[in-house]
Design a protein around this ligand. Structure first.
Ligand code: URA
Length: 439
């Protein structure tokens, strides 16, 4: 067998590694038999030299099979998940999972915690008193059979090699390699044992892929990996220049989702609601439940209007130990001690409301975490009274800040002031879906 040093050299000099060589490296990273400095050097070589599609597939496969793969074969219908690369106010999972489940698709959703300015689905769910996301694969299967959807945290048993490699990438400035990102995301999603996958690749100010071209490349790579593993995959590239919906902050985002599920969405939620419908419709298509987008969308819209989706969400909350009364009484969710408004400083139209700055304002208030082990405050955040494209008058409130004490309040005020761009004349509409790749 070639020494590891030769594999690093080979990659460093621009040659592709074989499937077996990549397997050796990924397994050696996971079981600790290859030292971190050698794995880090290989990752850096991948970062600079790129990886071809065979190498990317081989890495995905090695990480996928480094842990448990869910066996969903006993479900009576197709299972499909949705994954977002993350953004500010991106709460689609809470609506999309019951939406797809109400239409005959099983949704075993495995999500992560938020880091930095992007929120995480697990943190939003943790705002619902009692809601448990520490589910074993066996429990997930039971919940899927009973409710059609379940929402779990990432278990240490799923793709442990990715956990190790991700930690090394984080420490060696090699996260930003599209092949490494694609293999990382896809290994965890494929480990859910789904037949279809819908990916929402965010791009814009509040996304981790700011550049649209990079986001399209990532979407293409992930859709191709899906196909290689026999999983029908749709990868959408969607706008994350502004906060999605009116709420950013965990409990506030749950409130916004409940409003949508109850058919009482605010005007500021229109784009969010549209995205949820578009994603869920593609889940039906990826599952083979619907063939055409128009029909899939109509079916999703009808189920939302009929209250069927709300009932799936209610069942899921109840079965996962959550207080289902929050669906009827949003004031049972954690509330911030103080709420203050900020006023616009000019007349005109809102041309931009920078999602990154809104996300950083939320973090300053305590809604997000800078380190994986820091706690978050579920009650704090911001609610936007105005969105891009809305008219605004001088002195008119445009945002509410929900704070607990003075923590980060001054900083949040300043960030929000910087986030708002008011111009004369109505700005052009921004498309929501910027690109779409299917495998
Ligand atoms: N999210 C992941 O799961 N992996 C990456 O590499 C980047 C984002």
């Amino acid at each position: 067998m070639e020494p590891i040093l030769d594999l690093i050299r080979k990659k460093r000099d621009g040659q592709a590694l074989s499937r077996e060589e990549i397997q050796r490296l990924a397994n050696g990273a996971a079981d600790g038999s290859i030292p971190d400095y050698q794995i880090s050097a290989w990752l850096m070589a991948c970062y600079f030299q790129g990886m071809d599609s065979n190498e990317t597939d081989a890495l995905t496969e090695a990480m996928l099979h480094s842990g448990r793969v869910l066996d969903l074969s006993s479900l009576p219908g197709p299972a499909v998940d949705k994954h977002s690369t993350g953004g500010v106010g991106d709460k689609t999972s809470l609506v999309v999972a019951p939406l797809a489940a109400a239409n005959g698709v099983y949704v075993p959703m495995v999500s992560g915690r938020g880091l930095g300015h992007t929120g995480g689905t697990l943190d939003k769910l943790a705002a619902i008193p009692g809601f448990r996301t520490d589910l074993t694969p066996e429990r997930m299967l039971k919940l899927l059979k009973a409710a059609g959807a379940c929402m779990a945290g990432q278990s240490a048993e799923i793709a442990p090699a990715d956990r190790k490699l991700y930690a090394l990438r984080d420490a060696t400035a090699t996260v930003e390699s599209k092949s490494l990102i694609a293999a990382s995301i896809m290994s965890k999603k494929l480990a859910e044992g789904v037949q279809g996958l819908v990916l929402d690749v965010k791009t814009g100010a509040g996304a981790f892929m700011r550049d649209r071209g990079d986001a399209v490349d990532l979407a293409r790579i992930m859709a191709r990996i899906g196909a290689s593993f026999g999983v029908r995959t749709a990868a959408l590239v969607t706008d994350m220049d502004e906060c999605l919906g009116w709420a950013a902050g965990n409990a506030l985002e749950v409130v916004e989702c409940i409003e949508i599920l109850r058919g009482a969405a605010r005007p500021q939620s229109i784009r969010l609601e549209r995205l949820c419908l578009e994603l869920a419709a593609r889940m039906l298509m990826a599952a083979g439940v619907e063939e055409r987008l128009g029909e899939a969308l109509a079916r999703c819209e009808e189920s939302l209007e009929s209250g069927a989706v709300l009932e799936v969400f209610r069942r899921m909350v109840r079965l996962q130990g959550g207080d289902e009364a929050v669906l009827d009484h949003a004031d049972r969710l954690p509330q911030a001690a103080m709420v203050e408004t900020q006023e616009a400083q000019a007349d005109g139209w809102i041309a931009a409301c920078d999602a990154l700055l809104v996300g950083r304002a939320c973090c300053a208030l305590g809604a997000g975490r800078e380190r994986m082990d820091s706690p978050v405050d579920p009650a704090v955040g911001v609610s936007l009274l105005k969105k891009r494209g809305d008219a605004v008058r001088f002195g008119e409130p445009w945002v509410r800040i929900h704070a607990n004490g003075e923590t980060g309040l001054a900083q949040a005020r300043e960030l929000l002031q910087q986030a708002l761009v008011v111009q004369q004349g109505k700005p052009e509409d921004h498309p929501l879906i910027l690109a779409e790749e299917w495998s």
